[in-house]
Design a protein around this ligand. Sequence first.
Ligand code: SF4
Length: 294
Amino acid sequence: MKTRLKILWLQGVTCNGNTHSFLNYPHLSYILETFEFLYHPILPATYTLEEITTCAYECDILIFEGGYDSRMMRINTSMETLVNHYGSHARYVIAAGSCASFGGMLKQSDPEHITGLGFDQKELKGPFAQNDKLINLSGCPIHPEWMGYTLRMIAEKKPISVDELHRPKELYAYLAHHGCTRNEYFEWKVDAEHFGTKEGCLFYHQGCRGPMTHASCNKILWNEVSSKTRVGSPCFGCTEPDFPRTDMFETKTNMSIPQDVPFGISKRSYLTMAGIAKSFHIPRLEQRLIDDNA
Ligand code: SF4
């Protein structure tokens, strides 16, 4: 029988969101056939957590979920010991989710001690800072297809090109704005006035971070059918190191001018372009897409 690559899925300070999201991966059977889980908090695995904490084994891929706190204990072993042991033997270390990548949401519970595996927000910090093994799959939670893609690339011995924050470029070179069905509204500055509508862009009134967020949520759809912006909820920028921010349903403005504008565009250029676009009146974009009374 072909030897399967060994995965160890460890959890730090976590809400379990990435584990649960990954269970929605449509090709989970491929993962279970291709890899052996030495330990996973939910999926069938070879060893128990008690056995894993003896550090008597080695894995090919360490997947870490949650914020990293070196002092945290798993049974009688510190997280620092576990991560150092399994991470030093692994060929790849995958940070699953934004807490494992940058500290994320759970860093808020103890900002002094919780970091990602290689970054504290944007700053290099943690046991895998500047380590080429590290692959960050940021997101709150992780998109299951992104983990599936990464594991498949490893299984097929294909190179994974990463950006400066160690995120696979194939998944994170895009912006959440790319592929959003509201792009035409964005171009002509027709804004959604209310939460949850099918029409309008969510940038100006609803806090959408799509044009400033590296993520392929509108290219690789969630559950293969949808995304936040497609159902009328703004992108919160959950794949970026500064997540979470405050007041995520609001676009922060100074004198009615958005505080942040799309990547690569100066504020002056954005305002000029927005002013011209707004001067056009396009009745089609101001109507309901679907007339409930028709
Ligand atoms: S809703 Fe967000 S992602 Fe979609 S077009 Fe508007 S700004 Fe871009």
